[in-house]
Design a protein around this ligand. Structure first.
Ligand SMILES: *Cc1c(COP(=O)(O)O)cnc(C)c1O
Length: 418
């Protein structure tokens, strides 16, 4: 459920007409709904209400806007970060360091040191080498690093290959079969407080079965590690719960997910940690665009919009679907391809799809663009970096400026020897 609706024939975010935002901020522009973010945060938490001890860490990479982070912080979420930059954002939003989890296969020495100095709550260590380096950095500083060992459970997530992370050949985590012995070695290092295990098998999962398989394997591993005399007090189950992008698609609800976790993790006696991203932010945002022109094509017309793959990369990168809708639909329909202005044939949002009929100057939206949208934007073709707006009731605010090509040009230099 979201808080984007048609009112008097016009699409609104909460009580604000999208046309008003487009007029004041320009297009393309991402628009987020605070009430939707809050609702998704609450529904996710309620889904886990039967679990004894839960820590929620929002996956910052899905939407790192600092205002979005602040909304989620107010909902009691910590943060799952994958770089020092994301950590700084989480701290800037007021998320306590103790509620920050640092994931990622390539944390640099500098990032590890910065996170130790910030006093973050947990490092999800992805290799023995990283664990040794972190333990040494912690010991030098006279502290211990709270850690979980990220394990690759070798489970097929059944999602797009580019967002599958839990098969043995993926770069993430340590091999399942070697995890117990690595845990034993790392746990003995001074500077290391190895207290748990972590798993994350991929994103946009449509079925709970792979998650269940992964969690069961983690439970067995935890038992084996405990049998060696180690304490395991934390189990980080990652993120990955998918969302429908197309009207009519069926996905497990947070309640279904919570019930599965409660069943599989019964009696584990750990704090269960979660890193949801997309399920919180996906449906909370739209990308608003203006139609530049409708161009005749050989098989179908092209609706050329002013948003492009640099603003919303998911269709080009993952063949992803985003519903397209007119801000002021007339009721007429049209079969067309919706494309951006970029000089790449992958800059296509919809191929010969039946859509609301639109013409030059009309506003339209790509729905479900709150996750992995603005965060992946870039300036390819010397386009502006897309701005972001947060709506709350009848108010809205620009929460990220449009960065104009001139500002980017100003950061470039021609050396004096040219
Ligand atoms: C990307 C990622 C997440 C979030 O995934 P979603 O599918 O957005 O829920 C959680 N944990 C880790 C380690 C990730 O890399």
């Amino acid at each position: 459920m979201d808080h984007f609706h048609y009112h008097n024939g016009e699409l609104h975010a909460e009580n604000v007409p999208l046309a008003r935002i487009a007029e004041q901020v320009g297009t393309p522009v991402y628009v987020y709904s605070r009430a939707t973010l809050e609702r998704h945060a609450q529904v996710f938490r309620e889904g886990l209400a039967d679990l004894p001890s839960v820590h929620l860490a929002f996956a910052v990479k899905s939407n790192p806007n600092v205002a979005v982070l602040k909304v989620l912080k107010e909902q009691g979420f910590g943060a799952d970060v994958v770089s020092e930059g994301e950590m700084r954002r989480a701290l800037a939003a007021g998320i306590p360091a103790a509620d920050i989890v640092f994931s990622g296969v390539g944390k640099t020495r500098r990032e590890l040191a910065a996170a130790l100095e910030a006093g973050i709550g947990q490092f999800n260590v992805e290799s023995e080498e990283e664990g040794e380096e972190l333990a040494a950095l912690a010991a030098e500083r006279g502290v211990t690093a709270p850690c979980a060992l990220r394990v690759n459970p070798d489970v097929e997530a059944g999602t797009h290959a580019k967002i599958s992370t839990g098969k043995a050949e993926n770069k993430f985590g340590v091999p399942y079969d070697r995890a117990a012995e690595m845990f034993d070695r790392l746990a003995r290092l001074s500077g290391m407080n190895l207290r748990g295990l972590a798993v994350h098998i991929g994103s946009q999962l449509q079925s709970l079965a792979p998650l269940e398989a992964a969690f069961s394997r983690m439970g067995a591993l935890m038992e084996a590690i405990r049998a060696e005399g180690h304490h395991v007090t934390h189990m980080d189950l990652g993120g990955g719960v998918g969302v429908p992008y197309r009207e009519g698609e069926q996905f497990p609800s947070p309640a279904d997910y919570g019930a599965m976790v409660a069943r599989v993790c019964k009696g584990w006696d750990v704090t269960l940690m979660f890193e949801p991203g997309r399920v919180i932010t996906g449906n909370s945002g739209m990308l608003v665009t203006e139609v530049i022109r409708v161009k005749q094509g050989v098989t179908a017309p092209f609706v050329v919009v002013d948003a492009a793959m640099n603003d919303l990369a998911r269709p080009a990168m993952y063949d992803a679907w985003h519903d397209f809708a007119a801000v002021r639909p007339t009721g007429d329909r049209l079969t067309a391809s919706v494309v951006g202005p970029i000089c790449e044939s992958s800059d296509v949002f919809a191929k010969e799809r039946e859509i609301d009929s639109v013409q030059t100057g009309d506003l339209a939206v790509f729905r479900t663009a709150g996750a992995y949208g603005a965060t992946m934007a870039n300036t390819y073709n010397s386009r502006a970096l897309v701005p972001e707006v947060l709506v709350s009731g009848d108010r809205f605010a620009v929460v990220a400026d449009r960065i104009e090509p001139a500002a980017i040009l100003a950061a470039e230099r021609v050396p004096d020897w040219l």
